[in-house]
Write a protein that binds this ligand. Sequence first.
Ligand code: ADP
Ligand code: MG
Length: 254
Amino acid sequence: MKKIIAVVNQSGGAGKTTLSQNIGYHLGLKNRVLLIDMDPQASLTAFMGLDKLKLKMEQNIYGAITERSPIKVWHEPIHGVYFIPTNQELSSAEIEVSRDVTADNRMRLKTALEEIADQFDYTILDCPPSLSLLSIMSLVAATHVVIPLETQYKCYKGTDDLFGTIANVKKRGHKNLEIACIVPNKYEDRNLHDKEILEEVTKLLQGKVHITEPIPKSTAFAGASKEHVPLALYKKNHPGVTMLQAISDYLEKA
Ligand SMILES: Nc1ncnc2c1ncn2[C@@H]1O[C@H](COP(=O)(O)OP(=O)(O)O)[C@@H](O)[C@H]1O
Ligand SMILES: [Mg+2]
């Protein structure tokens, strides 16, 4: 089965972009993977080493969403992964699309992806830090959701809204959408607060959603992004690499 994975959390800094890039890389070792930058801030585009200012409109996801033009994948894979970059134009896409009251706007990305769905085993959608139309479009297009969760109180409190939004999308005709896993991120096991939040999340969700091993807080993640590479190509013996591989293995079975 082809999987479309939305990496979602309205909280900025949770690790969506980092996780998208890294699970994309690990899944890409054995599969055909497409990564799509759905965030107008274009962090993933930068992490992948592309300059958003040099991108033409037809090279990003914007045209496919607003004008229903054919989706264009970057001409070569980057570290084994196919990619659709973005830039700020995507924020105007959201405004333009919301003006069009005749169409089912939420379906636009799903429809665009149908054209190319067969070419990829996995499509990973790196969502923006909001529950706006771009995130909703991504959830509607997705078969699976991955939720990175910073082990901080404010992020934990935001999960109610996130689960509510996912439940709403399911209720509105996408009942097969599955939460594949929650990935606790930036975890410090010496920090009592992090430990407490992880325990609470586990207590609340155990048996309902798979919670992966927490990814430790480490400056190596920022270092890898700066070098435009996944963690495995930056520090191959970093403990996070084994965890990211395990998350990718889990997603293959999900
Ligand atoms: N486990 C981690 N430890 C330390 N820093 C991290 C970790 N995961 C992500 N980061 C850093 O935190 C920042 C925000 O991560 P990012 O993936 O961009 O989050 P989001 O896409 O959810 O806004 C980035 O600078 C990234 O390098
Ligand atoms: Mg991001």
